[in-house]
Design a protein around this ligand. Sequence first.
Ligand code: ZN
Length: 504
Amino acid sequence: MPKFYLTTAIDYSNGDPHLGHALEKVGADCIARYRRLRGDQVHFLMGMDEHAQAVVQAAEQNGYSPQAWVDLMAARFLEFWGRLEVSNDDWIRTTEPRHREAVTELLRRIGRHNPDDLYIGDYEGLYCVGCEEFKQPAQIANGRCIEHPTLELVPTRERNHFFRLSRYRDTLLQRITSGELRVEPAIRRNEIVRLLEDGLQDISVSRHRQSWGIPFPDDPDQTVYVWFDALINYLSATGFPAPGYERLWPADLHVVGKGITRFHCVIWPAMLLAAGEALPGQVWAHGYVQWEGTKMSKTAGTAVTLGDAIERHGPDALRYFLLREVGFEADGNFSWDRFDERYTADLADGLGNLVSRSLAMIAKYRKGVVPPATDDTALDQAGRKAIQEYAGAMDAHDLRGGAEAAWDLVATANLYIQQVAPWKQAKEGREAELDVSLAALARALYRLAVLAGPFIPGKAASIWESLGASGRPADPVWDGLGAPPVAGLATRRPETLFPKPASV
Ligand SMILES: [Zn+2]
């Protein structure tokens, strides 16, 4: 089984997660669940970035010590990811000893492999606490950071350790344009290539006398710059530097937001090159969730909280909506109206209705037992086509395309019921034909439980159970999709999968 190590960005512990965080975690989870279906040995990492200055500020404002605050935030985030059925295998916090040791060791390795790459210099510039970085003129509009127009930039001057990032421009260009380090989607790769072509400046990688953070090796007056610290989490979670960490490293996929590609496609690989470590295989940069046309951030997050969005139609419906409607590539809009429409059309009237009608007919005409007919029907052909399209899309992280392929099959199956009219076959005593229709519907439900699983894991498991299938739809059952083993399954009537709320 090939290993597949994927990660999401680790989040600042300065407030509750919002829909933007949820899109990233749910999208990565969808990919992780799909890879498990295909039989990969998946290792899925998420975590918290706890050494930011914004964390110290949030802790002070709320009357906590930094450590008590990050403990509280980590628990809050985990609670939300649990509610959203996110299936991460590991959870790293940058205040953990395993991470502090890895950061110290990576810096020492850079010093050993490329002693000239770390040097001491003076830095003067405008610092954005939101981004935790010095901003270049191109990143500033109206005297504010483009990403954080509500925050004041802080003029900062100090003596720091620098990393000779400029040295890695040519190597990074070569790795990225050759596809050795894949940066997707293409629009993000082109941005990074342009940035590299413009040339790189060295970066400051420490801060003077900050009490909250990891001490710079052999220079306790300096603290490791929070981004330099945070990026290393992907490596520290593999057990680095203890022997055996190469079982996981390099990462196969880093899932991040489009606003932090420079850190993941330039600074991070340069750090790894400097330390003599292997580079990740791919960085996937998703777009933002927009609310009435603007980025979903902490301020917009008060208009629609993640808790409210989960409550609306349940966690599976939110997962589905984020990946199908908002999308995992470009920016997409969240609106209650669209959410309600999708819920009703695709989930309640679409999949929910299909499952309930099919199982009701198997119960009524065959005492709940799936007939052993194996005739290849038009619905089976549509099923095989859906599987192929689904796999093509999911392999390319086109999650919307994957959902479309699965839900096209839902529509085809609902149409199939209208066309073959099993109630007519029953009434007219065409028993063999009725067997063929009911078995074909059971196979469609089996396929759909598997294909829909990465999007709506909870509901997919309910369909699977109602079908009487063994194991779970999340097991690596992909190879069985060609000829689903449904003959003789004892089905049971499911509870309503997607109830229609009175307000919709
Ligand atoms: Zn900023």
